[in-house]
Ligand binder design. Structure first.
Ligand code: FEO
Length: 415
């Protein structure tokens, strides 16, 4: 068989990779591609879990044919109806006339909205329903807003497999690899997994927390997401990341410095802050030019680090437009619990600090704007060194306070 892999005795991976798509959802750059995952159970009955994007539908149909070896396809479980997973439903219905589609009420409604002729070939399931397919029983668990309202997850009771829909997925094509232990995830995958989660599902942290609580009650041998790798061990690692991301807790003590600079002067000031942070020992930092960094990367790194430092020129008496886009995206994705320091530049009427403080205080939640704002006029000079030092002091002070708060919480919990 080509491009099909076995997961357990009865389960097969039948998804594929897309390296030709430039923008996922026509918005997020995916330079390393993406996979659309689908799985097939070969039991007394045959069951496919989710379909794939149209772009790889032909290969998907071929994968199914290879695994079925002449058998009919009995059921299609749809955990998520976004077209990157639901698009090929009709192709399967046409090809396998006895096929029935199993999904939630909302999902079946969305199938019809997309114009899929599912007619009377659907089986509607609800939270806690189970179906038997021979040796295997599948229980259905609703997971609304992870990432659409119709989403459910499916759990194989015998093999202890969680089909997790978009949860635990990642950008990046699998390219032959399938399992988390076939890659150096922390080195090669975590950044793309974070960028995927924070931008696609990041807004819905409370819903992800609810699903994580449900998942705690299940014994799990495999997590099979709709994108990226299948997890078969080290579950604590990825669950801890999801727990932090969905509680909007930073993964790391460190700083993301995002600058908006028209002629290099604000960039120089941002670099001066970076240098002073590193000199004093805070080397886990990322310095990004807001004009040439995709906002999805900025969002991912905002979720990663404890501190955000914004250095921006004033533009039309407001924040530089691209910086405005970034902070608006932060708001849209419910980012919170971050400490923000601000450096503003303006040759005649610096306005960035006032505008941003107002935005973070009144339009976002739990954003701690440090008082040590630096104002420069046109360019940084040595008269401002004390203020820059003070901004850097503020970063260290916030990190120290967070550590102390954490220690207090830990001590209270251990009492
Ligand atoms: Fe990968 Fe929400 O679809």
């Amino acid at each position: 068989m080509f491009n099909v892999r076995k997961i357990t005795d009865d389960y097969y991976y039948i998804g594929g990779n897309d390296h030709r798509l430039a923008l996922f959802e026509n918005i997020f750059p995916i330079p390393d591609g993406v996979s659309y995952n689908s799985y097939l159970l070969k039991d007394e009955k045959t069951v496919v879990f989710d379909t794939v994007d149209w772009s790889i539908a032909r290969e998907f149909l071929n994968n199914i044919e290879q695994v079925l070896e002449g058998r009919d396809l009995d059921y299609l479980v749809i955990n998520h109806m976004e077209p990157d997973h639901g698009a090929s439903i009709e192709l399967l219905l046409d090809k396998y006339p006895n096929l029935k589609v199993i999904s939630t009420e909302k999902s079946i409604m969305i199938m019809r909205q997309f114009g899929f002729k599912v007619d009377d070939r659907t089986i509607q399931v609800e939270e806690g329903d189970s179906m038997n397919f021979g040796k295997h029983d599948i229980t259905f668990v609703t997971a609304p807003m992870v990432h659409w309202p119709e989403v459910m997850m499916s759990y194989d009771i015998q093999d202890k497999i969680l089909f997790a829909a978009d949860a635990f997925g990642s950008f990046k094509a699998n390219d032959g690899r399938l399992f988390n232990d076939e890659v150096d995830f922390d080195r090669d995958w975590l950044d793309e997994a974070r960028r995927y989660y924070t931008n696609i599902v990041g807004k819905y942290g409370t819903f992800v927390q609810a699903v994580l609580k449900k998942a705690q009650t299940l014994e799990i041998n495999y997590i099979c997401p709709l994108h990226g790798l299948v997890w078969r061990n080290n579950f604590g690692y990825i669950i801890d990341k999801y727990d932090k991301w969905s509680r909007y807790e930073p993964e790391k003590e460190g700083a993301l410095i995002v600058y908006a600079s028209m002629y290099g002067n604000t960039e120089y000031a941002a670099q001066a802050i970076a240098t002073k942070l590193c000199e004093r020992g805070l080397t886990d930092i990322s310095v990004r030019d807001v004009s040439n960094t995709d906002v999805s990367t900025l969002i991912a790194e905002t979720f990663k680090y404890s501190n955000l430092i914004i250095a921006s020129v004033t533009y039309n008496l407001h924040v530089y437009p691209k910086m405005k886009d970034f902070v608006n995206d932060m708001k849209a994705l419910n980012v919170r619990n971050r400490t923000v320091s601000i450096l503003e530049n303006g040759s005649w009427a610096p306005k960035v600090a006032d505008r941003l403080e107002d935005f973070f205080d009144n339009e976002m939640q739990l954003m701690d704007v440090r008082p040590e704002t630096v104002t420069i006029t046109s360019s940084l000079n040595y008269s401002k060194e004390e203020e820059i030092d003070s901004l850097v002091d503020g970063v260290f002070d916030s990190i120290k306070r967070t550590r102390e708060d954490k220690e207090k919480t830990r001590q209270q919990k251990s009492k």
